[in-house]
Design a binder for this molecule. Sequence first.
Ligand code: SF4
Ligand code: SF4
Length: 447
Amino acid sequence: MPHFKKFSEDKPITAISLPAEVVIPLHQHTGAPCQAMVKVGEKVKAGQKIGESAAFISAPVHASIDGTVTALEPRPYFTGTNVESVVIAADPNQKEPAWPQRDTAGLSGEEIKAAIKEAGLVGMGGAAFPTHVKLSPPRAIDAVIINACECEPFLTCDHRILVEMTDQLVEGAKLIRRVVNAPKIYFGVEANKPDGIKALNDKIAADPTMEIVTLDVKYPQGAEKQLIKATMDREVPPGKLPFDVGVVVQNVATAVAVYEACRFQKPLIERVLTVSGNGVARPGNILVKMGTQIGHVIEQCGGFKGDSIEEGKLDTSEVRYPVFAPPHLVGKIIMGGPMTGWAQSRLDVPVVKGTSGILIFTPKMVVKSEHMACVRCAKCVEHCPMYLYPNYIGVYAETGRFAKSAEWGALDCYECGICVYVCPSNRPIVKFVRETKKQIAAAGAVK
Ligand code: SF4
Ligand code: SF4
């Protein structure tokens, strides 16, 4: 599959101007939603905890800017639903928080895990699973794998972190290792990031407990089960998790966030993401405050480009950004990568902890067509990296037989999108999988 990384792979990480307001969803992670800890009218400071839950599988959320809470209400979320959110209007006199520094050398595993939990860390590769939970495996761990594959087309933010934040990444990886008491750290990097591999090698070459594994460039090399197989030649059986084979996997951005949570007690209030695609004027790798609406990010990247620069010129003097993208300029906007991300219809959806990218494509780049019946070509079966039967998963979900869809493996599907990519009938199998998971979760069990 083409990489399309050229748009942004050489663009250094840059910050953008602060938005006028941020929208912080109280449920942006796997697990229980947070309860708001602030009221409308209350002043908040960047880094202040504004929502938490007593549940173990959850992660607190924090204000990403100084400001005043203007609303506590459901707001549009990237999955297409509305999620209860804290809306904060920016204080014009923003102050960069003075994060207290501490030496991490003496921190115990439990202290590191507590710092991670307090900082609201979740997997930043897209899964948004609370990190403190993932670092509580019920069995011994032999190795930590740092996932630096970034195998999905267009996305380059992890690549830039590898090159520009190598020290923080390595320190974060060591802290993660201390929590799970693993003897070894592997960094799994695809071969198309030679500058990242060199930067990493310069830091760790002398340490025999850390190793870079250069991996083939192929999708979905960075999916956990594929990564573990490629890096350590261990297979995670269906229905099992990485810890079942003695491995913990963390993404590079999460490892950096672990370092910042331990060293500076800095909560997860900003992240690096990629803005790319042929429909944005200035693609790049951008440091964004959580809760920034994607319209602001796109505007800060020069706005929509259209199929030609001339066509794409926007008069932004009239509006900062509309709620809906202009259809003559934009064929599709995706939050995340093109294979696993979510298409967006609105520009007021906020960036959250799991947002790795915002991709903008012109109308000419997007093929829109209705999906058709399965023609039983079996291409999806041939290509599924989990050896599932996406054809049956799709047909059963489409006809409302979700238990049968689950029987054919919907719950083992990690939504890589390959089946959709190869299907000649344009069948939206990932959509069917997500619906099956939702229905099965609602039912409580497969009946
Ligand atoms: S998205 Fe399709 S190809 Fe990927 S794991 Fe799921 S069923 Fe298999
Ligand atoms: S690739 Fe599409 S048409 Fe072919 S078997 Fe799979 S679902 Fe059916």
